[in-house]
Design a protein around this ligand. Sequence first.
Ligand code: PMP
Length: 338
Amino acid sequence: MIPNLYSFVGDTPLVELEVPFGGAEIRLFAKLEMFNPGGSIKDRPASFMIQQGIADGRITNSTHLVESSSGNLAIAIAMIARQMKLEFTAVIDPNVTKNNRELIEIYGAKIEFVDEKDVEGGYLQSRIRRVRRLLDELPNAVWLNQYANPDNRRSHYEGIGEEVVRDMPVEPTHAFVGVSTCGTIMGVARRLREAWPAIRIVAVDVVGSVIFGSPGGQRRLPGIGASRVPEQLDTCEIDEVVYVTDWESMQGCHRLVREEGLLAGGSSGSIIAAIEKMVPRLPHDAVIVTVLPDRGERYLDTVYNSNWLPENERARRPLHDSHRILAKTSRPQSVTQS
Ligand code: PMP
């Protein structure tokens, strides 16, 4: 039998990159999530959340999926919903790039555009309000809710986590993972620590994101960072946080192109910038595993456009220390339930 397109979600390549970090003998292995059919890591939670919804009866042939996302998740759900002949409405706001909006529409999803700012000056609360209204109005509407749905992190525990444990040729000392909903880091951290208990899990966040208690502020890079603390974040799973700016992320993207011929998305540049900042704190023979979430073509107008960041934002530094060790309490014991 010829497989469905979405059966190709996951099982992405793990490659060793040759990006030099000063004189350090650091080895860097990366999961290339751009190889998913929808072009990003978000194919994994989209397909897993939908499949689990079907398995437990919440999603049927007549379901109308609803999600608040302006980026990769909306594109991934739109692609899978089209293949499964399900209706999908994406709730988006003015921060969506033209490119992403077009992709969501090309896959046939409906768009609900929210442009009234909420009390915090962003659109998130307004988008959630619109989702709730749609759940009342649309027949058979189901909200996947990526910020709180445990199947988001489970998709990464069983996906990227399992594949890294299977494919790494040596034991990693560190994992660097970008954060937004925190589904990736929660799932991957849990699985990697089961295999390698001494591994240090480093979250890569952007200046202006509130996930780890820093003050919110302007952020331009799509996909990474958040203006609310995701329900599924459990900081016990994370050892350290490194903050990078939009400009540093942009430089990281250009380094990946220059050194590796790899055209990756904005948050992949954040990872490279974060490792560079951490080099003085890393053992000289550190073995790092990381996840590069998406491909670069979606960012031609942003991180690959030299006019994207205004001059005054280029030299911007984090207002606070750009590295933080998180206080540890006890780590949760259960595998995928918490
Ligand atoms: N990078 C990119 C490009 C993404 O689209 C996402 C998901 N928003 C992330 C990083 C962070 O992943 P997560 O939401 O699982 O924390």
